[in-house]
Write a protein that binds this ligand. Sequence first.
Ligand SMILES: NC(=O)c1ccc[n+]([C@@H]2O[C@H](COP(=O)([O-])OP(=O)(O)OC[C@H]3O[C@@H](n4cnc5c(N)ncnc54)[C@H](O)[C@@H]3O)[C@@H](O)[C@H]2O)c1
Length: 318
Amino acid sequence: MAALRLAARRVPMPLLGVRSFTSTALRQSAVEGINSVGVIGAGQMGLGIALVAARQANLPVTLIDTSQSSLDNALTFLDKLLAKDIAKSRLTESAAASIKSLITPTTSLASATASADFFIEAVPEIESLKLSIFRELGATAKPTAILATNTSSISITKIAAAAGPSAGPRVVATHFMNPVPVQPGVEIISALQTSPDTLAKALALTSAMGKTPSKSADTPGFIANRILMPYINEAVICLETGVGAREDIDSMMKNGTGVPMGPLQLADFIGLDTCLAIMGVLYRDTGDSKYRPSVLLQRMVDAGWVGKKCGKGFYEYK
Ligand SMILES: NC(=O)c1ccc[n+]([C@@H]2O[C@H](COP(=O)([O-])OP(=O)(O)OC[C@H]3O[C@@H](n4cnc5c(N)ncnc54)[C@H](O)[C@@H]3O)[C@@H](O)[C@H]2O)c1
């Protein structure tokens, strides 16, 4: 339950009104050699990662998404998050404006490859998509750039192989927890190819982003999802087989284990498509039937009811 207890923690945001934001020219990087970050994918994880890179590490971020509407939604959400912190006196208006000015949205990956020293990929959990992005990064990013993935379950070694032999040692996983601005945990996963320098830079940058990194081996699900996903999957099986109603399942786990939300609501927040993809990897890569995804989870995804991000999952969202 360590992962769940972690999820229950609420971390106070630092008072950034007193922090000085400097111009790009004067900026002192928190991590040697890392002066700018490229975040690929502006969904719920990518936006959060971009925000903490700008806010905590004070680094300029290029936020790349192939969908203009995803970028528009991300910027609207960013404004909302910053406004909330201004309203709670956790941020001054000028600090919020500085943070926002550090984030540059674009639909073109090519526009970031010449400048970014550290990429963090956060596109959907689709293996072929991630492999094609790392193939491109391996061929076009700066020869010193660190290439990190936020994958929840896909083999980092396979992703590093796609980047090619010269880029492979610079590939690593920085697996942030959701919601990124709130959760302090991040898993750092090394591929077989990852060099000690890449690992050190990933640990240093995530620490500068205000996170507490834990190292994990490149095994299916790593630490967090090896523990969390079977728990969520079992909750869906409980619903499917009539062991309990959704409210009873969530209420029991919430009030019985001290987590901030029950497993079905948490699945809605993560995205049922993401949960299904992770269970699929755990099942396929271990061959162990204890990881078989629940039929109901598959059917919810078939229906397009993938959780909070689409307005409907196990619960409805406006
Ligand atoms: N949701 C979670 O709780 C959670 C937690 C930890 C890790 N992750 C992992 O983070 C990654 C992203 O998850 P998410 O929940 O943010 O997904 P999401 O669906 O919210 O966002 C993905 C974004 O990627 C964009 N995209 C698709 N193809 C692209 C491309 N070729 N180039 C650039 N952008 C592209 C989409 O337009 C979308 O905006 C996944 O690998 C997921 O497993 C998710």
